[in-house]
Write a protein that binds this ligand. Structure first.
Ligand code: OGA
Ligand code: MN
Length: 202
């Protein structure tokens, strides 16, 4: 089955790294779209928290983001469809009851980072599973920018943001950070949610 290793990993240890999850030409198209959006100036400084507690904290994270919506491009529609198929299979096999997938482009310019955090808000625990797809061809170790995932027993895992790699983990279980990058670092970062997003009210 298409996602069987990923789903087994998630069931057994709560995280999975899938290299070449999508073909190179598909990640290239997503990267082009992310760069075009950045050049258009429509990517915005990422906020932390939700609703009234939402705020931009440059000391915690310094990426810029743009939410993906269906119908905005062929490349992003393809990715949204793929993740919806994964969502359905996760529900069939692990009974996670995931109702939707939300994701955004993230652009980390040189020097950007995201300090250690959990992908769950104090006032909203509906984000169940995190899924990050990287879009950087020819990523080199000296570019920095690894995702560092803190596992149980004091161990950690560094994932290079190489184009086509997908990392998936249980959103509330693993603290993680993005180490400072030396070069532009592009991704599509998303979450499978158990319930629809709360309204973003003041
Ligand atoms: C996030 C995040 C990780 C990454 O946006 O919440 O942790 O590798 N991103 O981009
Ligand atoms: Mn995160």
């Amino acid at each position: 089955m298409q996602f069987s290793t990923l789903i087994d990993d998630l069931a057994v240890r709560g995280w999975s790294v899938q290299r070449a999850f999508i073909p190179g030409h598909d990640s290239l198209r997503l990267a082009e779209e992310c760069r075009r959006r950045e050049a258009e100036g429509v990517m915005v400084p990422a906020a932390i928290g939700r609703g009234g507690s939402q705020a931009v904290h440059e000391g915690i994270r310094s990426d810029r983001i743009l939410w993906l919506e269906s119908g905005q491009s062929a490349a992003s529609d393809l990715y949204l469809q793929l993740m919806d198929a994964l969502r359905e299979q996760l529900n069939r096999e692990l009974y996670l009851g995931l109702e939707e997938f939300e994701c955004h482009f993230a652009f980390y310019p040189p020097g950007a980072f995201y300090k250690t955090h959990l992908d769950r808000f104090r006032d909203d625990d509906s984000r169940s599973v995190t899924a990050v797809l990287y879009l950087n061809p020819d990523w080199q170790p000296d570019h920095g920018g690894a995702l560092r995932l803190y596992l149980a027993d004091g161990e950690s895992l560094d994932v290079a943001p190489e184009a086509g790699t997908l990392v998936v983990f249980m959103a509330g279980e693993f603290p993680h950070e993005v180490l400072p990058t030396q070069v532009d670092r592009l991704s599509v970062t998303g979450w499978f949610r158990r319930r629809a997003a709360l309204p973003l009210s003041a």
